[in-house]
Design a protein around this ligand. Structure first.
Ligand SMILES: Nc1ncnc2c1ncn2[C@@H]1O[C@H](COP(=O)(O)OP(=O)(O)OP(=O)(O)O)[C@@H](O)[C@H]1O
Length: 295
């Protein structure tokens, strides 16, 4: 399976939501990383044929996906950012309903739904109403509906937003386990969602594709630029003014700052091994939320 994006642009008025992107995908998980507004959802929607490019072509195995029409849609599974679930349907009924929409026979649907409820670990609650589900359970049934037609291309838009860490890990492992024989495209602004499961990470910024590489290669990009500086609490604002400061770890009277900088930020600064969170800070400084301070 080969999916190719060729010089794709999507404009809304004069605004380029996606700006001349080209890249290719083969089987495996791809993480599409970008801050809010970078164009992730627009790209996913074009790949799912919910919207069409202003310019450029998307091809699957060499054929334009728009010419393939339903033949292409039969190949894909899509979990949009905001999935409309029928709250009063039970999990079982919801999946049967979507299976009917996707054209599965009753017999095929029954078999597939058994398999998927097991895969997403919702067998025990199959008779419960979807409206009573937690965020994580809703995302898992969302993946189950996207997998009903056994898609060769699975498109998942920011699936872990609002999930607690445990559910996030469970969801990540689920995606990883189903990635073998298909292309999985996963958009997120949460680095840890893709750090361990993506064979390649795409960095999207202001509608442009800055990088598409495997995580290790991407980390080379900032090798020699991540520093640890131990200093006094009162020095934090000065460093924040001058540098990109990530984690701040406090201990007794001192603080340790994680700093991204081409040059050594102070004489006592020590180089450290970069991680993908540093990379995110490097590319999306203005959108970075370092999270709770560790003590
Ligand atoms: N239907 C639309 N009409 C006008 N502008 C749009 C439309 N959809 C998206 N945009 C704009 O295109 C840009 C990319 O938006 P998009 O939703 O694709 O980004 P995103 O990376 O998915 O962000 P988020 O994480 O917030 O969903 C933004 O500037 C957005 O305001």
């Amino acid at each position: 399976m080969n999916l190719a994006i060729e010089h794709v642009t999507k404009k809304y008025g004069n605004h380029h939501a996606i700006d001349d992107i080209s890249c290719e995908f083969s089987n495996g998980v791809y993480g599409i990383l970008g801050a809010n507004g970078s164009g992730k959802t627009t790209l996913m929607r074009m790949l799912a044929t919910v919207t069409t490019p202003t310019a450029g072509i998307i091809r699957v195995n060499g054929k334009n996906i728009l010419s393939l029409g339903d033949d292409y849609r039969d190949m894909i599974g899509y979990l949009p950012q905001h999935i409309g679930l029928y709250k009063n349907f039970t999990a079982d009924k919801f999946l049967h309903y979507i299976a009917a929409l996707k054209g599965l026979s009753k017999k095929e649907a029954a078999l597939k739904i058994e398999e998927l409820l097991d895969l997403v670990n919702l067998m025990d609650v199959r008779k419960k109403k979807v409206g009573t589900f937690s965020g994580g359970m809703k995302q898992r049934i969302g993946i189950a509906q996207a997998l009903l037609n056994d898609p060769k291309i699975l498109i998942v838009d920011e699936p872990t937003a609002g999930l607690d860490p445990k559910e996030r890990i469970r969801f990540r492992n689920l995606l990883s386990s189903i990635s073998g024989e298909r292309i999985v495209l996963l958009s997120t602004h949460i680095v840890s969602d893709i750090e361990f499961i993506a064979k390649e990470v795409l960095i999207l910024k202001n509608g442009r594709l800055l990088h598409k590489r495997n995580p290790q290669e991407l980390l080379h990009e900032i090798a020699g630029k991540v520093w640890l500086v131990t200093t006094a609490e009162s020095e934090i604002p000065r460093y924040q003014d001058m540098f990109k400061v990530g984690n701040i770890v406090r201990s007794e009277s001192r603080v340790e700052l994680r700093i991204i900088s081409d040059d050594r930020p102070s004489l006592a600064a020590i180089l450290t091994t970069p991680n993908l969170e540093d990379l995110y800070l490097y590319f999306f400084e203005e959108d970075f939320d370092a999270g709770p301070v560790k003590v």
